[in-house]
Design a protein around this ligand. Structure first.
Ligand code: GLV
Ligand code: MN
Ligand code: MN
Length: 406
């Protein structure tokens, strides 16, 4: 039997309150380690303090609040940053649902023998510093070397951004002691159409795709746009355009693989100058490691051919990798039972989006995820979720917590 009825109205109000922080038109721009993200963390911290949570902020900029007894906690939550001009639910709704699960447990007077800790992760999207899953990477000991020195487009480093937020500037200090968490459970919108098509409100995630992301730089030669014959050009942007088309073909040739170039910069960037340099982002994902590797290999082969044909030099910079991550099998079973107790027959789904749950699982913390039906895709202001579905997710999460911590 489900714990009690979480409040869809309160969920809608809280999601709306978060969406006002960094609002742009119908969407949200709340990048990681900015004052906007900080304000979102502070708002969530206030809700949690009102629920009796003991709030703390770690040295990576993540916010936590703990309730309940002693021992190793079950961590629940998601991230509070967004992509530029993103939706209001990616990440934020998961945190609101986690808070609502605590509300539900309190209303049902469930005694928590084991603690529950809610987390709002920092900079999951990795837009500003190019480092996805940043906050959870710090907490689970998975930051790449020299992470604090990575800079944003203005040359501000993570270290400096943390200091501007009143922290010491060393995200590695956020490491959670290994073995100190019982489990991690993340509610999150589905971000794709599958649940809506199946007419189901919730799903339980089995596996999260592997991700490789980094930057590609094409160096050509800057020249006059009017006087340089076409046969003598080393146009970095024209070569990049061919390479980007080859990247799309390489991913399309492998089932379930995807590759995206979402950001591009051209130097010097003037209509009457043949581009001398072009740098772009590359994001490759697939549910099988071998397909991620195959797409990257195809990109290198295409780049080498273009270098010869167009007289440019292409380099694939350091690629950050997150391996394909299967979530914890017994939590999957528990979450499906909890969804059933909340009145939802939840199918199992693979996630094409990356999630902080990957870092927990990869650090040996049993991790599970509940997906909430959403519409309008994701990473866009069209993102939409029904607060009643979110309330069902909160009921399922509360049920799972009662089993794990009650
Ligand atoms: C985050 O949303 C990601 O999948 O990149
Ligand atoms: Mn997300
Ligand atoms: Mn996202």
């Amino acid at each position: 039997m489900a714990v009690i009825g979480p409040s869809a109205r309160r969920i809608a109000e809280r999601a709306a309150a978060l969406a006002r922080i960094g609002a742009v038109g119908e969407g949200v721009t709340r990048l990681g380690l900015t004052p906007e993200e900080r304000r979102a963390h502070a708002l969530v911290a206030r809700w949690l303090a009102e629920l009796g949570g003991r709030v703390r902020r770690d040295e990576a900029g993540n916010v936590f609040a703990r309730v309940g007894g002693g021992g190793s906690p079950v961590l629940i939550g998601s991230h509070l940053d967004s992509v530029p001009e993103g939706g209001r639910y990616d990440g934020a709704l998961g945190v609101v649902v986690a808070v609502e699960a605590l509300e539900a447990l309190r209303a049902a007077k469930v005694v928590l023998r084991r603690p529950v800790e809610v987390v709002g992760w920092a900079d999951e999207e990795g837009v500003r510093f190019g480092l996805g899953l940043y906050g959870s990477s710090a907490a689970f000991g998975r930051l790449p070397a020299q992470a604090a020195e990575r800079t944003d487009a203005r040359g501000v480093s993570i270290r400096e951004a943390l200091r501007a937020l009143g922290l010491r500037g060393d995200p590695a200090r956020a490491r959670i002691r290994k073995g100190s968490l019982r489990a991690y459970i993340e509610p999150h919108i589905e971000q794709g159409p599958r649940l809506a098509r199946q007419g189901r409100a919730l799903a339980v995630v089995t596996t999260i795709v592997g991700i490789a992301h980094g930057r590609v730089t094409v160096r050509g030669r800057q020249d006059h746009a009017g006087t340089t014959p076409m046969s003598e050009r080393r146009d970095a942007l024209a070569a990049a355009a061919d390479l980007i088309a080859a990247i799309a073909r390489a991913a399309a040739a492998r089932r379930d693989a995807v590759a995206t170039v979402g950001e591009i910069a051209v130097r010097p960037g003037a209509k009457n100058v043949v581009p001398g340099e072009c740098a772009f982002s590359l994001d490759v994902r697939a549910p099988r490691e071998r397909d991620v590797a195959a797409v990257l290999r195809a990109v290198r082969v295409a780049a080498a051919a273009l270098d010869r044909e167009r007289g440019v030099r292409t380099s694939l910079g350091r690629m950050d990798r997150v391996p394909v991550t299967a979530l914890d099998r017994s939590l999957r079973g528990l979450l499906r039972r909890a969804c059933a107790a909340a009145g939802v027959d939840a199918p199992e789904l693979v996630s094409g989006a990356g999630h902080d749950a990957m870092n927990a699982q990869l650090d040996g913390v049993p991790a599970g995820m509940i997906f909430i039906r959403s519409r309008g895709g994701s990473h866009s202001p069209r993102e939409a979720a029904d607060p009643r579905d979110a309330a069902r997710a909160a009921a399922a999460l509360a049920e799972a917590l009662r089993e794990l911590c009650g």
